[in-house]
Ligand binder design. Structure first.
Ligand SMILES: [Zn+2]
Length: 473
């Protein structure tokens, strides 16, 4: 009896997990194709909406979404928080039973600037060329926003009963100041309720030789902490060297900084990333990935690490990027400066790091200051990888890309995940699309595009994830 009960329980849990990933299979093929057709048509239209930021003009994008949401009978509201500059956010909602806390599908509607003279087709044409849809935002992140819209439409038309509210949130100004999300968090947090999960841009699914090599979920980021180093000294004539000139002091301080070995720290995200990726490495690399805990204490490994691609994942990093002194070769300036691009690991306190650098330099004529007020610094954060949503994404990825590892990643770039994680929401960067390395570099570059077949499939993948985490069983 005991054995049978166990077997029944195992079978039941298998069926439950199976039904959670099989959802789009239950939609008849002709209807699924219709959704894919809509995704292609709508993405072309959406890419024609010019939301270049600056200035943004995202109200046009909000109007584009609103028209479709209204036609589909999906509750939505546009918030023109800066009407003079046509800046708006849009929030749409499908109601669940309330048994679980909401899921937010977040997308920013603005795009970066583009130089049309360098493109094969105009950046706001939405034209299809050689099987790909071209347009500024095709990778970052209008195609993903569009997939989120199609998923809302699919949930509505398929009459999916939900355990939680599914909220579609389109924001302005992610690429410049983040004023859209600032406005939502300051003024409309009550409308979000108490969300459990959020999905937005940031993940990356690398396509190599027609196979998806990995599905990477952004679960953490590093925080930017830009510093200015300033040295002071007596000015003078270049013909009479001064031993303690500002440039000499600066160079001595910078020598200490570039030789500095910041502490190695193994965060849980990076440890899991290395564990999951180890089997896909060469034997020598796999040994490093598997033994990282011991290796970070090994002086030989530490010495070599600075030139290894794993370096930024394991420590706070410093890049010396700008230098300035005298405008004239024969003038010893009274002041010389350098700028450092510092990236801090999740949880790191900028004050502590700054104090560490000051101790290292130990020169009262050399100061280090943040480029922007330290009160504006946002501590990098992370979301756990043992959540129900992470498990659902892994199952869905297994259905579409069998045998492909799902890995958590620590990004060095900024996404809005940072803002929403700090509200206690488990937030992931997840893309329903795969891209070759070349395609992904068109993000912020020329000829930004996405293959039509990805646009047709992406919404199904995202639909399966959203149904898996939100549908009532
Ligand atoms: Zn983006």
């Amino acid at each position: 009896l005991r054995f049978r009960l166990k077997l029944a329980a195992a079978l039941l849990s298998f069926l439950c997990s199976y039904s959670a990933v099989a959802q789009s299979n239950t939609i008849p093929p002709d209807r699924l194709n219709k959704y894919s057709d809509l995704a292609v048509q709508w993405l072309q239209e959406y890419l024609r909406v010019d939301t270049t930021n600056p200035p943004g003009n995202e109200a046009q994008a909000a109007a584009f979404f609103k028209k479709i949401l209204d036609e589909e009978g999906i509750e939505n509201q546009v918030f023109e928080f800066d009407p003079a500059h046509h800046r708006a956010n849009i929030l749409a909602r499908l109601h669940g039973s309330g048994a679980k806390r909401p899921l937010i599908l977040l997308n920013h509607m603005d795009v970066v600037t583009s130089d049309a003279s360098r493109w094969a087709v105009p950046p706001f044409s939405g034209q299809i060329l050689n099987g790909a849809i071209y347009g500024r935002g095709a990778q970052d992140m209008k195609a993903e926003g569009l997939a989120q819209l199609v998923v809302m439409v699919m949930l509505k038309r398929e009459k999916i009963a939900l355990d939680r509210d599914v909220i579609f949130l389109g924001t302005s100004d992610e690429e410049v100041d983040g004023s859209g999300t600032d406005w939502v968090i300051t003024n409309k947090r009550d409308l979000l309720g108490d969300p459990e999960y959020l999905l937005t841009e940031g993940g990356y699914n690398l396509l190599e030789k027609n196979k998806v090599k990995y599905v990477a979920l952004d679960v953490a980021e590093k925080a930017t902490f830009w510093l200015r180093v300033k040295a002071r000294g007596k000015p003078g004539h270049g013909s009479e060297p001064l031993v303690d000139s500002a440039p000499d002091r600066l160079v001595r301080a910078l020598a200490k900084i570039i030789n500095y070995q910041s502490e190695l720290k193994l965060t849980p995200v990076v440890e899991e990333y290395l564990r999951v990726m180890a089997p896909y490495q060469t034997p020598e690399r796999a040994r490093i990935y598997r033994n990282i805990r011991a290796l970070i204490k090994d002086p030989a490994f530490r010495a070599h690490l600075k030139s290894d691609e794993l370096n930024p994942k394991l420590r706070n990093t410093i890049s010396l990027t700008r230098l300035s002194g005298s405008p004239q070769t024969n003038v010893i300036p009274g002041e010389a400066t350098a700028n450092l691009d510092v990236r801090l690991l999740p949880g790191e306190d900028p004050q502590v790091f700054l104090a560490e650098l000051n101790r290292l330099i130990a020169d009262s004529n050399v100061t280090i200051e943040p480029e922007s007020p330290i009160k504006d610094f946002r501590i990098a954060n992370s979301s756990p990888t043992d959540s129900e949503l992470y498990g659902v994404i892994r199952k869905v990825a297994g259905k579409y890309f069998p045998g492909t590892p799902v890995v958590p990643s620590l990004t060095s770039g900024y996404t809005e995940n940072q803002r929403y994680r700090s509200l206690g929401i488990v937030s992931y960067g997840f893309s329903p699309y795969a891209a070759t390395e070349e395609e992904s570099t068109t993000e912020h570059g020329d000829n930004e595009r996405i293959r039509v077949e990805e646009v047709r499939r992406g919404p199904r993948i995202l639909y399966d994830v959203v149904v898996g985490i939100s549908a009532a069983h």
